[in-house]
Design a protein around this ligand. Structure first.
Ligand SMILES: *[C@@H]1O[C@H](CO)[C@@H](O)[C@H](O)[C@H]1NC(C)=O
Ligand SMILES: *[C@@H]1O[C@H](CO)[C@@H](O)[C@H](O)[C@H]1NC(C)=O
Ligand SMILES: *[C@@H]1O[C@H](CO)[C@@H](O)[C@H](O)[C@H]1NC(C)=O
Ligand SMILES: *[C@@H]1O[C@H](CO)[C@@H](O)[C@H](O)[C@H]1NC(C)=O
Ligand SMILES: *[C@@H]1O[C@H](CO)[C@@H](O)[C@H](O)[C@H]1NC(C)=O
Length: 434
């Protein structure tokens, strides 16, 4: 059964990509607004993209139903039959979704020599899984994560090598929908991750990741996809209005997992302890048993009912919940700059954070005895309302609208558009400096 769904979904995506490939050949080359923004989609053998989707059932050995999240070009199935804008989005499928959105991009060129940037439709994060989860008897992949991407590089320099050669790959970019750490294993070390971003073959390529290293070399962070993907302006505005008038009796919310009682003192644990003690001020949405991102109803309502959303880091600094919270108009509370401020410069202005978020240094909470309630309950309601208004103004910038949206909505830049603007600028700067 799941084999069928899997094959069906992938075939559908293949078909859509094929139909669009026919179309984009004919798209206009010369509208003035395309100056400096022309993108060529590099043709790659199916093993670098669509074939990987056929293996969706291995994406997550713990969640056999992962394939259904490929529906709607990677947005996932709708949350329910009546829902139009809400999907069960798995962030790892941002790679095929980004590919799908690029097919709608107005400044595509089929001739690579006219392009300002070359997009590689390689689903790098999904392909990395065969290394990340390899079993010991899988000699091709176990301890071979230094090989991640080598077959891609071979292809790029052997076939139509002039496309790579023209600018030594400096104009190439791809999407890797995981934190950059997952691709930063030093060759020769056997730690978590592959070496894609650490091997010289890809030093010249720009990568869009969900979290960047510090300092970042090839990569720049783009927002995690949320579950909200409106297709027209009416639905976007209606949602923002709903979030604006929501009554929010609850002071603060933590949606996530981790911070167990036996761990060393950490910010998650402090949050859990305080929330358990002060159930009147704080709500916890427990995501340890079920992946919350597959069931947005579970946390969006509580976020709509809360003034503040708490965003402690965990294994890695960033978290998708930051963006889910913004969608719900829940003012973010950060404990470290690396959670968002130092990551998403293309989408959220560093200077703007004081306007829409609260910063509480984690040390003050974990070791200094500061309680969150003390800080947050003392912020005047008027100020909270102002911050929330700013949060809601940011919603269009951090959401990924559905592909095939109406013109009214495509006139407003979303997370995808800003990522493209950012990567074009990054590539231009790179080309200027070599
Ligand atoms: C959703 O729609 C499908 C097909 O139209 C139907 O079979 C299913 O029962 C519906 N589910 C719910 C929860 O209404
Ligand atoms: C494989 O990786 C493990 C660590 O996961 C390491 O201890 C071991 O030496 C590696 N084996 C080989 C053959 O390199
Ligand atoms: C990367 O660019 C430099 C020049 O900036 C070039 O010397 C080098 O060969 C390029 N690397 C690859 C793998 O093409
Ligand atoms: C976080 O960033 C702000 C704004 O850039 C800066 O003023 C502050 O010193 C940073 N805090 C830490 C702990 O790095
Ligand atoms: C932050 O708010 C202030 C005061 O409203 C405003 O002047 C400033 O432009 C805002 N910053 C950004 C980056 O939007």
């Amino acid at each position: 059964m799941s084999q069928f769904i899997m094959a069906g979904t992938s075939l559908l995506i293949l078909f859509i990509i094929f139909v669009h490939a026919l179309f984009y050949r004919a798209t206009v080359l010369a509208t003035p607004s395309c100056d400096g923004r022309r993108i060529h989609i590099r043709k790659l053998p199916r093993k670098f993209n669509t074939d990987i989707l056929f293996k969706c059932s291995t994406v997550d050995p713990f969640s056999p139903n992962t394939c259904i999240h490929l529906r709607n070009s990677g947005l996932g199935p709708r949350t329910c039959n009546r829902s139009r804008s809400w999907y069960r989005t798995d962030h790892r499928f941002l790679e095929p979704f980004f590919h799908r959105r690029l097919l709608d991009y107005p400044c595509l060129v089929s001739d690579p020599s006219l392009a300002d940037a070359v997009y590689l439709p390689y689903y790098a994060g999904l392909d990395a899984l065969k290394f990340l989860h390899a079993l010991e008897d899988d000699h091709e992949h176990y301890n071979r994560s230094v090989d991640h991407g080598k077959d891609l590089f071979d292809h790029l320099v052997r076939h139509q090598s002039e496309i790579w050669g023209r600018r030594d790959g400096h104009d190439h970019f791809l999407v890797m929908s995981r934190p950059a750490w997952d691709f930063s294993q030093s060759p020769g070390e056997y730690m978590w991750g592959t070496s894609f971003l650490e091997i010289p073959e890809f030093f010249n390529v720009s990568a869009l990741t969900l979290e960047s290293r510090s300092p970042a070399y090839q990569e720049h962070a783009v927002p995690y996809p949320t579950s909200f993907h409106p297709q027209n302006l009416f639905r976007l505005n209606r949602w923002i209005s709903r979030a604006r008038i929501s009554s929010r009796p609850n002071l603060m919310l933590f949606a996530g997992s981790g911070g167990g009682v036996n761990a060393a003192p950490n910010i998650r644990q402090s949050i859990r302890n305080e929330c358990t003690d002060r159930g009147d001020l704080c709500e916890i949405v427990d995501c340890s048993k079920e992946k919350c991102e597959h069931n947005p109803m579970k946390y969006i309502k509580p976020m709509l009912n809360s003034k503040f959303c708490l965003h402690p880091s965990s294994d890695t600094s960033t978290r998708r919940g930051v963006f889910d919270g913004i969608i719900a108009g829940c003012v973010p509370v950060f404990f470290e700059n690396s959670t968002a401020l130092s990551q998403y410069g293309w989408h959220l202005d560093e200077e703007d954070y004081k306007n829409f978020s609260v910063f509480i240094p984690k040390e003050d909470v974990v070791f200094g005895g500061l309680t969150l309630a003390k800080v947050l309950a003392n912020i005047p309601l008027k100020k909270i309302a102002k911050m929330r208004e700013r949060v809601l103004e940011l919603v269009p910038r951090i959401l990924y609208r559905r592909h095939g949206a109406t013109v009214e909505l495509t006139n407003i830049k979303d997370a995808f558009d800003l990522a493209i603007d950012g990567v074009l600028k990054k590539i231009k700067k790179r080309l200027g400096s070599i």
